[in-house]
Write a protein that binds this ligand. Structure first.
Ligand SMILES: Nc1ncnc2c1ncn2[C@@H]1O[C@H](COP(=O)(O)OP(=O)(O)O)[C@@H](O)[C@H]1O
Ligand SMILES: [Mg+2]
Length: 398
């Protein structure tokens, strides 16, 4: 995972507003037991480097990080015990400590929530504590906000994202076009983690050119599909929802994947999610019939179930902003696209020679591989079928 390999180890590799970085740095350096704001709440959207910033900072200041992830800890007791100890004891190395409570908004609020513990620990701690959260106004944070210095880490600027992607390409020795990095950065919309993930999947094809970015299915017009999703998810009237997908360049299969991928991201109430998937399953049934019967009159039901059906699945709309994700299925299809195309072109060549269908012919590829072990036969077959070098490689590594 490149996101792990390229986690910034020092602040010099961290891309972000230096004003914000210095604010956090100064707070840690100036921290004393007597001060009022005894912990710092670092909040911002996913993937902008909240966790990384704390680690890089600790590294630069030569401090040990004690880290607990609130949403991963198995029990609240677990968080309590470890945190209380960490806040009281010096570290074994004798270094100063920096305590990180990651993703506090996953802790839950009230009496049962972990923030009660944090409140107690804040009073006793001998070391600065940094809390991170996506949502600074989450209910579990309310009770600790007053004891916190609140710092926002915003979206990473597109140019900084592109610059980081360039560093990674250089490091990996991968050929790239600046325009391609820019377009990956642009669609990540400030989320460095997803930009690096996207880069990694594009680069799996060997290079990062604009063409590679396109074959993976990233389109410049993608903004439109995000608009469509917003309409479907935020509206509660059939009339508005039914126009959501008008004019999209994506076909019904792609639109389906986009909506399917993002329903659970937007809808929170289980009943809404269930109803939305029920509609999607009906859209899928109509889609199957439409394709098998080639009966395009059914298209309107496919779209209605996807748009109106999903829109009306919720009792009321969800407020707030959702980061919609790229459908994992389309991503996988994109990655295997080159392979599928080679397979098809080989199939066509065999099919023509042997007078069989392409699908029958592709079934023969493993046999060709065996025949290829014999150099003479290989040469003969390659010439007779007119196979290109890439196709030969494909057969041999099949
Ligand atoms: N500002 C940044 N500068 C450099 N790399 C970053 C930055 N933000 C995120 N990353 C990359 O993305 C990955 C995820 O970042 P992370 O700190 O876990 O984000 P967050 O905690 O805000 O969700 C990191 O491992 C790193 O590779
Ligand atoms: Mg994090």
């Amino acid at each position: 995972m490149w996101t792990e390999d390229y986690r910034p180890e020092t602040l010099s590799a961290f891309k972000g507003s230096s004003k914000t970085v210095n604010e956090v740095k100064n707070w840690v350096e100036d921290w004393s037991r007597g001060q009022k704001q005894r912990c710092l709440l670092l909040h911002g959207p996913p993937g902008v480097g909240k966790t990384s910033l704390v680690h890089a900072l600790a590294n630069d200041l030569d401090r040990d990080v004690f880290e607990t992830n609130a949403s991963e800890a198995r029990t609240r007791q677990d968080v309590e015990d470890k945190l209380e100890q960490a806040a009281k004891q010096m570290s074994f190395s004798g270094k100063q400590k920096l305590i990180l409570v990651d993703e506090v908004d996953g802790m839950g609020s009230g009496d049962r929530g972990g923030t009660r513990v944090i409140n107690r620990v804040i009073k006793e701690t001998r070391f600065p504590i940094i809390l991170t959260a996506n949502d600074a106004y989450d209910s579990s944070i309310r009770s600790i906000r007053n004891a916190c210095k609140v710092v926002e880490l915003g979206n990473v600027h597109t140019n900084s994202v592109a610059a980081r992607l360039r560093d990674i390409c250089e490091e990996e020795g991968i050929e790239y076009e600046d325009g391609a990095l820019k377009s990956i950065a642009r669609r990540a919309d400030g989320d460095m983690r997803s930009a690096i993930n996207d880069l990694e999947s594009v680069a799996s094809a060997g290079s990062v050119t604009k063409e590679d970015v396109r074959t993976l299915g990233y389109r410049e017009t993608e903004r439109d599909i995000f608009e469509a999703l917003k309409i479907v998810f935020k509206t509660t009237t059939a009339q508005t929802a039914s126009g959501a997908t008008d004019g999209l360049s994506e076909d019904h299969g792609e639109v389906f994947e986009w909506i399917r991928e993002n329903v659970p991201k937007e809808y929170e109430r289980e009943r809404d999610v269930a109803r939305a998937f029920d509609s999607l399953s009906k859209a899928d049934v109509f889609r199957g019939r439409m394709m098998s019967r080639q009966d395009w009159a059914l298209m309107k039901y496919v779209y209605s179930m996807m748009t109106v059906g999903v829109a009306l699945a919720k009792d009321e709309k969800y407020s707030g902003w959702t980061r919609y994700g790229y459908p994992s299925r389309i991503r996988k299809m994109g990655q295997s696209k080159a392979a599928r195309e080679k397979r098809k072109s080989i199939g066509e060549k065999i099919g023509e020679e042997l007078h069989v269908s392409v699908s029958e012919a592709t079934d023969m590829i493993p046999f060709l591989q065996i025949l290829f072990e014999h150099e003479d036969w290989k040469a003969n077959i390659v010439e007779r079928l007119g196979l290109e070098e890439k196709e030969v490689e494909f057969i041999e590594s099949f």
